[in-house]
Ligand binder design. Structure first.
Ligand SMILES: [Zn+2]
Length: 250
């Protein structure tokens, strides 16, 4: 067994952090790498690798292009100022998060476009059918969700953005998709419904559960087969991979 000490700081880190107005990103800049061979579009390393794999699995190399990935606070400020100036604050509030409150600052978000000569940087064209539909059908298996859907605008506070995908990790994306939940609803769902099981490819199973953050406490978890992510809202989401758990005697 592995004794893990959960502290308040870790609540702000991990692939399941909620970042939006009222929940600013206060984590570190993660290790970054280029996405889909574009040297100036970066994502958090694991997210970048899995996005590449998903695009390849969809046979969409060169047909789907990354438009905007990780942004520094300064870049987000520039985009906010520029959009506010050109399109007005109402438009910016609908489609551009305020600096500090953008998922793009976590390195876990990516805006995608169908390859074309002209691509709109703020609202790229990423339809629901064709090769983009093929990508969408596979996205959750690689840990990605369309973050801002039309059905959830009142919860997310962001207009429908068919181009914006968020990496949350495979069991979580599948559980969110299966239960029709957006990220805001997911932590609440886990908190209220207890541990959830998710069957993964290769016969593995993930067990996911929620732990509320307290001042500091220790939790006994099997070694080497656990991921703990903060939710940036007062708790942790723990992922336990069953096959690995058995191997290490849990
Ligand atoms: Zn975006």
């Amino acid at each position: 067994m592995n004794c893990v000490q959960l502290s308040g700081v870790a609540v702000h880190a991990g692939p399941l952090v909620l970042v939006k107005e009222g929940y600013p990103f206060c984590g570190q800049v993660p290790p970054l790498m280029p996405v889909l061979g574009m040297p100036d579009v970066l994502m958090e390393k694991t997210a970048a690798i899995l996005l590449n794999e998903c695009v390849h699995a969809a046979g969409a190399q060169g047909k789907i292009v990354p438009v905007s990935g990780w942004r520094s606070r300064a870049q987000q400020q520039f985009i906010w100022d520029d959009t506010t100036q050109k399109e007005g604050e109402l438009f910016a509030l609908r489609f551009v998060a305020r600096p500090g409150c953008s998922e793009h600052e976590t390195g876990l978000a990516i805006d995608l476009a169908l390859a074309a000569e002209h691509i709109d940087f703020i609202r790229p064209y990423f339809p629901y059918d064709g090769i983009c539909g093929k990508f969408r059908a596979l996205a959750a298996q690689y840990g990605f969700v369309m973050r801002y859907t039309k059905e959830k605008t009142t919860i997310t506070g962001i207009a429908c953005e068919p181009w914006h995908f968020r990496y949350v990790g495979t069991p979580h994306a599948l559980l969110m998709e299966h239960n029709g939940l957006c990220l805001e609803e997911y932590a609440v769902f886990l908190r209220e419904n207890g541990p959830q099981r998710c069957l993964l490819s290769g016969g593995r199973e993930a067990v996911v559960f929620y732990l509320p953050a307290q001042k500091a406490y220790d939790v006994q978890l099997p070694q080497g087969c656990v991921q703990i992510s903060g939710d940036n809202a007062g708790g942790f989401i723990v992922t336990l991979w069953q096959e690995a758990a058995r191997r290490c005697g849990a």
